[in-house]
Design a binder for this molecule. Sequence first.
Ligand SMILES: Cc1ncc(C[n+]2csc(CCOP(=O)(O)OP(=O)(O)O)c2C)c(N)n1
Ligand SMILES: [Mg+2]
Length: 323
Amino acid sequence: MNAISKDVSIELYNIMMRIRLVELKIEELYAQDEMRTPIHLCVGQEAIAAGVCANLNKADYVFSNHRGHGHYIAKGGDLRAMVAELYCKETGCSRGRGGSMHLIDTSVGFMGCSSIVGGSIPIATGAALNSLLCKDGRVSVVFFGDAASEEGVLFESMNFAALKNLPIVYICENNFYSVCSHQTARQANCDISMRPKAFDISSCKVDGSEVMEVYAESKKAIDKARSGKGPSFLECRAYRWRGHVGPGDPQKDSYREQKEWVEWMKKDPLKKFEDSLTKSDILDDACIKNIRCKIDEDISEAFEFAKNSPLPDRRELEKYLYG
Ligand SMILES: Cc1ncc(C[n+]2csc(CCOP(=O)(O)OP(=O)(O)O)c2C)c(N)n1
Ligand SMILES: [Mg+2]
């Protein structure tokens, strides 16, 4: 069917399904009001995280933003620690102090998220400079949204990355919205992939609902960075199915046309990939059932762990406060 091996295809499917099912479980249980953190769900954007991270080594770095659950999962972050963080428990990956927008698991190179739009971009660029100077062979990848592409810090970072030939890949997840404001109401020129060219950074537009395309294009960019040929930029277009924050019913969003939403629903990245793998006899119903079953078990276990974990000790309220 294509140049990607059967094993990689199944792994990509597995990761996308894992992200989807985790997000849906968070959404389902959020109403219980035990997760005291805002949540930004990435349902509909799973193929981007899965496709990019499948090309990375464990030691490579990933930096993320406020919509980071999928990136964390795709880089291999510990699921129990992530869910416990949503419940603000001591066993959470930020010891319950950070919540959904402060996921981190440095043991697998997931170096953290930022709730400041564009905030991770210069940090990732600095990490790439460190890799260059230390010759550690790592590649840094930073995920950010279309709104972050409007921040001056992206331009400063890209200039620096190009100047120093840094091993970094900038991944813009263009879901066309910044909260409830459409890209066309904010950007004089909506071709985000054009901007890196001003710094001689190679860039391309990718259909972010097609995991194979994301995988193939990010592979080129990551291989290029690893071989010392400098930074690249991918604009991956996909749709966020849920509201900007919280579980949210997308159909009730007053700022989105029903027609637009319906069109994107037809491009469900997981369903499209599942159909293509079934057609090519890589997956069948039994395999799909097995994959789902295993993920469901992991999710139940993670939520049980989180719910049964202790809250941070009140006496440690001021611990880990800096500044
Ligand atoms: C510097 C800064 N400005 C504004 C905000 C408020 N804010 C939080 S998320 C968000 C929209 C981000 O949109 P985008 O980068 O496209 O990511 P998406 O939410 O679409 O995934 C805004 C404006 C912020 N957190 N930080
Ligand atoms: Mg956006």
